[in-house]
Design a protein around this ligand. Structure first.
Ligand SMILES: Nc1ncnc2c1ncn2[C@@H]1O[C@H](COP(=O)(O)OP(=O)(O)O)[C@@H](O)[C@H]1O
Ligand SMILES: [Mg+2]
Length: 270
């Protein structure tokens, strides 16, 4: 049996009036590159913020490395590294100063900070930017720095919300190399994305969420079977089929009654 490193059970979350998660279940195993997929507004960012402890769920349970994060909200954080959807870094520090700071607040020994900082600066080809103010760096460079900072304590689980937005192909390739290197060491990668071709190439396993529910999870083969789109279907076809099917039951009864009433009035044909 594979080790579960992240487990969500019946997680609910509403922002005043908006029900973002509706009983979400999710399992992520050790050593995989896991993709959380879903259209805009599906609840990906909400899910990630709950896992990393930035947002409180209304109901349900989340376990990370077997810590119940509600009961023990601090201990598990040393196991995770997090790169948010919109990276915001201190403009007034240099790249190097920011990485040193990130290592120090995580309690990483100086020697290791230096070693890992150099490793990622080289890998991301940022050597000539070491002493540049973050202020002066491009969006893609900032994203790379955020990833390096999230890895400075060598976490078991790296969680990234839409990591490939604004990154050039060479940068994307580099990030994928890092992912592959880490899973070889038994570390886990958790990404959210709506870019299906990326997920298809990169992820061992995915979950498709829609309206705050897990509508399907597994490897591409499982999903093809689940969605009955045929053996040669791409993830995109599976995704469209599954999110389309999931749409109907979500409409609440009253909304559905209003909809029918409305369509009865104006008709739906043109
Ligand atoms: N701070 C917020 N206040 C109100 N509604 C929010 C807030 N954040 C997200 N939502 C809503 O919750 C739902 C899920 O959003 P989100 O988790 O950001 O989805 P995704 O990351 O998959 O695009 C959406 O309907 C979104 O509009
Ligand atoms: Mg999002």
């Amino acid at each position: 049996m594979m080790d579960r490193v992240i487990e969500l059970l019946d997680v609910w979350k509403a922002y005043d009036g908006v029900q973002a998660l509706r009983g979400l279940n999710l399992e992520v195993y050790k050593g995989e590159i896991f993709g959380l997929l879903g259209p805009n507004g599906a609840g990906k960012t909400t899910t990630i913020k709950i896992i990393v402890g930035l947002l409180k769920m209304d109901r349900g349970s989340v376990r990370v490395n077997n810590f119940d994060i509600f009961e023990e909200p601090y201990g598990y954080k040393k196991f995770i590294g997090y790169v948010p959807e919109s990276v915001s870094l201190p403009d007034y520090l240099t790249l190097e100063e920011f990485l040193i700071y990130s290592g120090k607040i995580r309690g990483v020994p100086n020697e290791q900070i230096r070693e890992r900082m150099n490793h990622y600066i080289n890998l991301f080809e940022l050597t000539d930017k070491r002493r540049a103010l973050i202020l002066s760096l491009s969006r893609g460079m900032r994203q790379k720095i955020a990833i390096a900072a999230a890895l400075i304590h060598d976490p078991d689980i790296l969680i990234l919300d839409e990591p490939f937005i604004g990154i050039d192909p060479a940068g994307q390739h580099m990030i994928k190399e890092i992912f592959n290197e880490r899973v070889k060491d038994g570390k886990t990668i958790f990404i959210s994305t709506h870019m299906l071709d990326t997920a298809e190439r990169l992820c061992n396993r995915v979950a498709i969420i829609h309206n705050g529910q897990n509508v399907a999870s597994g490897d591409l083969k499982n999903l093809q079977q689940l969605s009955e789109v045929g053996e040669n279907a791409t993830l995109e076809e599976v995704f469209l089929k599954l999110t389309e099917e999931a749409k109907e039951p979500i409409i609440e009864e009253t909304a559905e009654r209003k909809r029918r009433g409305f369509l009865g009035l104006i008709g739906r044909k043109i």
